[in-house]
Design a protein around this ligand. Sequence first.
Ligand code: ADP
Ligand code: MG
Length: 290
Amino acid sequence: ATPMSIISGVGRAAEFGVLVRDADALQRASTLTTLVFDKTGTLTEGAPRVVEVVLFNGAEAANVERQAAALEQGSSHPLARAIINHAALASLPEVAQFRTIPGLGVSGILDGKPLLLGNLALMEQQKIDTSEITGTLAEHAANGSTPVLLAAEGKIVALFAIRDPLRQESVSALQRLHRRGYQLVMLTGDNEITANAIAREAGIDRVIAGVLPEGKAQAISQLQQQGQQVAMIGDGINDAPALAQADVGIAMGGGSDVAIETAAITLMRQDLNAVADALAIAKATLRNMK
Ligand code: ADP
Ligand code: MG
């Protein structure tokens, strides 16, 4: 392994819009077996939209949309933006006792009513009766939407079906990686049914869903214990510990600064084909040195 050829490999990667931190990163990138992708913002566009609002318990659309948007003012989650944009209100009321519950949702008090907004796991944790909505929830999840539930005063009043389409190039880029023999895994905090629907569409082999933010690094470590050499590809603040745990962390350009600082490789193009390019260059460089 000559240092010169490694340097030229790093240079060649840069021509493809791939920033490799050091020679070591390139070396590790040449022997990977498993590629783990974050879902939101990595496989998908990361700009989710509300596609349907289903009402329960006599709720009114205008009211639940205002309540949900008011709660989401305090959140930086991509789902929050979707709910605020959907409500399209000129001004939103302040929420008292606002709280973010990582990986689950948000809560607060509006007009004296306790509100809870998030996934099924959050409703179950807060002992909200969900028996009436499970069918509707499964239906929306099965076609790839993320169901976000709103509970007011302890009762489910709405389901927001939110859709975040795959990036246009995801399917072909993943096919390319699959043909090269990598095992492709999706890692997400989203629910299993939604994740499976999107994975099927994307051509992903394996889904690890319902993972809380702190569980992402642990999921990577489990794959490593099974003998896999793992790259993690992600963009969010939540992804940083998993990027650090992976044999090679790959940050999508345009994502959070924390992800970019943690990653061994940064993609300047927001295009999963850059992953395939980076791994091909790593392999070719290391092969030439043997
Ligand atoms: P990921 O980054 O994989 O999407 P997160 O841990 O950020 O995972 O979120 C997991 C799930 O928690 C989301 O799919 C959603 O159901 C719920 N959730 C988290 N934050 C919010 C929020 N601000 N509003 C509604 N739901 C949320
Ligand atoms: Mg993400």
